[in-house]
Design a protein around this ligand. Structure first.
Ligand SMILES: C[S@@+](CC[C@H](N)C(=O)[O-])C[C@H]1O[C@@H](n2cnc3c(N)ncnc32)[C@H](O)[C@@H]1O
Length: 105
């Protein structure tokens, strides 16, 4: 492998690490004041860093729905019964949440 290819691989790896480790992760999720049994929606799932943090604060009764219109995001979906990834634009949020039985309280 040439040095140029190796450096390119390193750069891509660093970008991916950043993508999966969002900055101010704990601080931003703290701001949600998560209720363990609550229902939450992450409208820009991406690498799933925020979703993983939200899930870690939910009880068995809690639910997390996530939207991402990019097919690549599906690779990051969490295998967790409390979690549903919706591969659509979040502008359809109402329609999909209704489909999954979630109503505004
Ligand atoms: C910066 S990433 C989100 C990172 C994520 N918060 C994390 O913790 O890894 C932004 C994501 O939002 C998605 N996105 C942007 N606009 C969207 C839309 N209107 N509907 C659904 N997904 C969208 C993109 O496909 C991308 O994967």
């Amino acid at each position: 492998m040439t040095l140029q290819i190796w450096l390119k691989k390193l750069w891509v790896t660093m970008i991916l690490m950043e993508y999966h480790n969002p900055v101010l992760l704990k601080e931003s999720v703290d701001g949600l004041n998560i209720k363990p049994d609550g229902v939450y929606v992450d409208v820009t799932f991406g690498g799933g860093g925020h979703s993983a943090e939200i899930l870690s604060r939910l009880s068995k009764k809690g639910k997390l729905f996530a939207f991402d219109q990019d097919e690549d995001a599906l690779d990051n979906a969490m295998d967790d019964p409390r979690f549903t990834l919706i591969n659509e634009n979040f502008r359809f949020i109402k329609r999909f949440l209704r489909f999954h039985g979630i109503k505004k309280s």
